[in-house]
Design a protein around this ligand. Structure first.
Ligand code: PSU
Ligand code: MN
Length: 316
């Protein structure tokens, strides 16, 4: 195991007991939601994973260590501290060398989960190709990571602040299977559906686990992306969110916000413009993903254990 990795007691125990583990990111805590909802969400999502038969491992960078599994006070610090950097792949060596405090994005959470041997990772939304790509070329490093790191990522699709068709094209180029969970269309984060048809659909956690095992057998290097729609009762329909997103994008342009500050700016702006409704939706979709992620991890675990057992049978 990599010497920079520091497991929490709970995760260490889970590894020893060979229990299924689900990784969680920390940028959503430090840069994706306001306090105190962020820390409350972080605690609840961990509990949902425990209640569904897996062990949560929230990932962050603290004092030059890659922390896999956080204590209550770590979550509180990430939720409140002013000096938490948003760490994507390019920022990793800097934050480790300077022993800084870092929240991990989808890309870095995948990297660290993979180093720690964790196969399933639950988040809210992935980064993508930003609108206006022709001008600024802003493509999240999440998409490249999905093409090269074998972790299954459960998300609620991508936010319509992004260019969704280009995001799908980019993922295709990177060889990333995008599976609609019980849907044929790409979910759009706050909204349960979009106009973009997917090539692949799964209807159970077991089906996802079977695809993971197939990829393992071929030693394929990329991720599986599971797109799990927000439950209808919590969604903000497309017709309603579209105008709000347009306004948030206009204000972003006005303020001259770019690069890594773009996603946090837009998320906060949408919370403001929806008077908190988008935050409530965001929290619910993460919970929904946590339930599915835990089930996938449990199914995968079962197949792997069965394979292991077969290997150990000796015919005398
Ligand atoms: N989408 C959300 N909430 C988030 C993010 C995305 O709804 O907090 C975060 C994730 O950590 C994701 C990152 O990996 O933003 C993408 O940022 P960028 O576009 O700068 O790569
Ligand atoms: Mn970017």
């Amino acid at each position: 195991m990599n010497s920079l990795i520091k497991f929490s007691q709970e995760v260490e125990q889970a590894i020893n007991d060979r229990k299924p583990i689900v990784a969680l990111e920390s940028t959503i805590i430090s840069h994706g939601m306001p306090y105190p909802q962020n820390v409350e969400m972080a605690r609840t999502v961990e509990q949902i994973i425990r209640d569904h038969g897996a062990v949560p491992a929230t990932i962050a960078i603290m004092n030059g260590e890659l922390k896999v599994g956080l204590e209550a006070e770590d979550l509180e610090l990430l939720a409140t501290a002013e000096n938490v950097s948003k760490v994507s792949r390019r920022d990793l060596s800097e934050v480790i060398a300077s022993k800084g405090l870092g929240a991990t994005t989808v890309a870095t959470t995948m990297i660290i989960a993979h180093m720690a041997g964790i196969k399933v990772f639950v988040t809210g939304g992935i980064g993508g190709v930003h609108r206006g790509y022709e001008e600024h070329m802003d493509v999240s490093a999440d998409l490249v990571e999905l093409g090269q790191t074998p972790v299954t990522v459960v998300c609620a699709g991508a936010k319509a602040i992004l260019d969704l068709p280009r995001t799908l094209e980019y993922l295709e180029t990177q060889g990333v299977p995008v599976m609609g969970y019980q849907t044929d269309y790409l979910p759009a984060f706050f909204s349960s559906t979009s106009d973009y048809k997917l090539n692949s659909r799964v209807d159970s956690a077991l089906e996802v686990a079977q695809r993971m095992v197939s990829a393992d057998m071929m030693e394929l290097k990329g991720a599986h992306l599971v797109a799990n729609p927000i439950p209808k009762e919590h969604e903000i329909p497309q017709s309603e969110i579209d105008g709000i997103i347009a306004q948030a994008l206009a204000e972003e342009r006005e303020a001259g916000v770019k690069g890594k500050d773009s996603t946090p700016f837009l998320l906060a702006k949408i919370v403001e413009l929806t008077e908190g409704r988008s935050l409530a939706a965001n929290i619910e979709l993460v919970y929904n993903n946590a339930r599915l992620g835990a089930e996938i991890a449990a199914e995968y675990h079962q197949i792997k254990n069965a394979q292991e057992a077969m290997k150990n049978i000796s015919f005398v």
